[in-house]
Design a protein around this ligand. Structure first.
Ligand code: FAD
Length: 569
């Protein structure tokens, strides 16, 4: 009949003329036809960000269940672990990115994408305010508002300069694809500049001094790439100036790669020293000027001026302004990242979830909950529990908080009775009576043992996957909850979902010269040439599409055969 939308007609046909489901809310009011039996409106899910967290969520979400809108200023996903390789042309920028619309080709009817930046999250009105990232709309105003029922905040982090003067103006960063491209040009600029006539030797040394500030995985990986680029390619094409080249890492901690196993940190330091890379640990950069970096020794307090040609700042990550603003609204001011519960929901905020670098599971909440668990277990308010009850509580805590699981396991190994020592009042194992306060004292160092999950792609991707899984089975789990018992406000009912559990799959640090170090599950540490081949295979397999996989592998092969391209385009 005239006036019916195409979607409604298709659905009528598909339903065999029986029950008619109007997924399309644009059905005209005056439409005639079979009696209308509306399906409930699909809930609106808005996803902010197309990085590791956002895309992992979208890839795994059954988008036909929701009305999904994705908002991000980047219309592509970037494989960040290979960004350092882009800085020197080992792989090309386009080889590590995948267009968002292509990733959701099969789901395109169910997903809308807006190339825009969210500048305000209004949790009370359940809306996000956005600004178009590509020019303005017809009114000359690029702002618009998108309503949501569920919001997934996956906005990542920004660079953190710790307000160090001059960093923003004079340093390069390595966070986005554009940053890596800028670095590549700048390195080549330095070589061309130093090759010009009438440049003194002192000037050449300054121009060809590359300083990397921050000795974490990103800084170390970039240093290794830069060193390879210099010794494998640039020295051949700029032989006259090779003696003036120098690379320095400045690290405020005692060691570089201090989040890795000590053996890896010392292997990396020894290798870099052998390669002629200067590793300055225990120094903090306090100012960056046009051609001088001021560093301060943490031990002596003395200041040193370091002339440089190019500096890359990779000393930490900070909070995006939109997240800071949102945290102020929801009573989380002064935090660095959004606090969520173990189901990744922003605390005290209905329908808002946060994943990846912009979020972390609140530790204070864990300690509060542990106290509540004890209170709930002590039904008769006697202030004591049996060892059996304590053991059950520990198990419950481990299910709720995977972060404390390892610590708890080691406590079990030590023997709970030993741990609680004087608190034990009975010598019969299971029925031993334990003073709760004493036991809590014994647990007091759980606080310092609870490790925050690191800000890595691995965590963001696992959180995205977990959250999509919860969204997919939302209806099923309402009927058949699978989570642990609720701690408060319940007559013994369960949480709908199991809490998020992070599974650490290990981490790599490529160190240049076809060598890498790896920390793998089960405390297994591996270093050297064979680990580099493991790195190649893992990173090839982790690519998000066959297109990028083929491009990345062919870039590696091209580099082996022809070397890196040193054209400054
Ligand atoms: P991101 O991936 O940063 O995504 C954030 C998204 O939000 C982006 O799409 C961005 O465009 C979008 N966005 C930003 N602002 C707005 C806004 N206002 N409105 C809407 N959208 C917005 N991790 C590992 O596990 N292994 C590694 O080897 C590794 N190597 C790395 C190397 C480098 C050089 C870097 C920079 C990081 C590396 N990481 C690695 C860390 C990893 O990239 C991050 O932990 C991961 O990207 C976090 O994912 P995310 O989804 O939280 O944020």
């Amino acid at each position: 009949p005239a006036g019916f939308s195409t979607a409604a007609l298709l659905l009528t046909a598909a339903s065999g003329g029986g029950i008619v489901a109007y997924a399309d809310s644009s059905r005209p009011e005056d439409a005639s036809g079979p009696p209308r039996q509306d399906t409930p409106r699909k809930k609106k899910v808005v996803v902010l960000g197309t990085g590791w967290g956002g895309t992992s969520f979208l890839k795994n979400l059954d988008c036909s269940l929701y009305d999904v809108k994705v908002i991000s200023p980047r219309n592509y996903f970037a494989f960040t672990p290979l960004l350092p390789s882009v800085t020197c042309g080992t792989v090309e920028a386009r080889s590590i990115v995948e267009p968002i619309r292509k990733m959701f080709e099969k789901k395109k009817k169910d997903v809308s994408y807006y190339e825009a930046e969210c500048f305000k999250i209004d949790a009370t009105k359940k809306a996000v305010h956005c600004r178009c990232a590509v020019g303005t709309n017809l009114d000359g105003n690029g702002d618009f508002k998108v309503d949501y029922d569920y919001l997934v905040v996956a906005l990542g982090a920004t660079v953190n300069t710790f307000n160090t003067p001059g960093v923003m103006e004079h340093c390069y960063f390595l966070k986005e694809v554009e940053d890596a491209q800028k670095i590549r040009k700048s390195v080549l600029d330095c070589f061309e500049k130093a090759s010009l006539p009438n440049i003194s030797e002192e000037e050449k040394r300054k121009i060809l001094h590359f300083v990397v500030i921050g000795g974490g995985p990103t800084g170390v990986e970039f240093t290794a790439e830069l060193h390879d680029f210099l010794v494998e390619d640039l020295v051949k094409i700029y032989p006259a100036i090779q003696e003036f080249v120098k690379i320095t890492i400045i690290q405020s901690g005692e060691h570089i790669l201090n989040t890795f196993d000590d053996r890896i940190a010392s292997f990396a330091e020894t290798k870099f020293q052998r390669d002629g890379i200067e590793v300055n640990t225990g120094f903090r950069v306090i100012k960056v000027a046009d051609d001088l970096i001021t560093v301060k020794s943490k031990s002596s307090g003395g200041e040193i001026l370091v002339p440089y040609g190019m500096a890359v700042w990779s000393a930490g990550i900070g909070t995006r302004p939109v997240i800071t603003d949102f945290m102020n609204q929801v009573g989380q001011a002064k935090r660095r990242v959004l606090a969520t519960n173990e189901w990744l929901r922003v605390r005290e905020c209905d329908g808002v979830y946060a994943i990846g670098d912009c979020a972390s599971i609140s530790q204070r909440k864990i300690m509060d909950d542990i106290s509540t668990i004890f209170k709930v277990a002590d039904k008769d308010n006697s202030g004591t529990l049996t060892l059996k009850e304590i053991s059950d509580i520990l198990e419950d805590i481990c299910i709720r908080y995977p972060q404390v699981e390892l610590y708890m396991k080691s406590m079990h190994m030590l023997g709970i009775a030993d741990l609680i020592g004087s608190a034990v009042g009975d010598s019969h194992k299971e029925s031993m009576v334990v003073d709760i306060e004493e036991f809590k004292k014994a647990l007091s160092h759980v606080d310092s043992q609870v490790k925050t999950v690191p800000a890595t792609a691995q965590v963001a991707a696992q959180q995205g996957y977990y959250l999509a899984d919860c969204f997919n089975k939302m209806d099923h789990c309402k009927e058949h909850p699978e989570g642990p018992l609720r701690l408060s406000g319940s007559g013994g009912d369960h949480h709908n979902f199991r809490p998020f559990r992070y599974k650490h799959l290990g981490q790599f640090a490529p160190l240049g010269g076809e060598q890498a170090a790896a920390e793998l599950p089960g405390d297994w540490v591996s270093m050297g040439h064979s680990t580099q081949w493991l790195w190649y295979s893992v990173y090839a397999s982790k690519q998000v599409s066959w297109r990028t996989r083929v491009l990345v592998v062919s870039d590696w092969a091209r580099r082996f055969v022809f070397g890196r391209d040193s054209s400054r385009i």
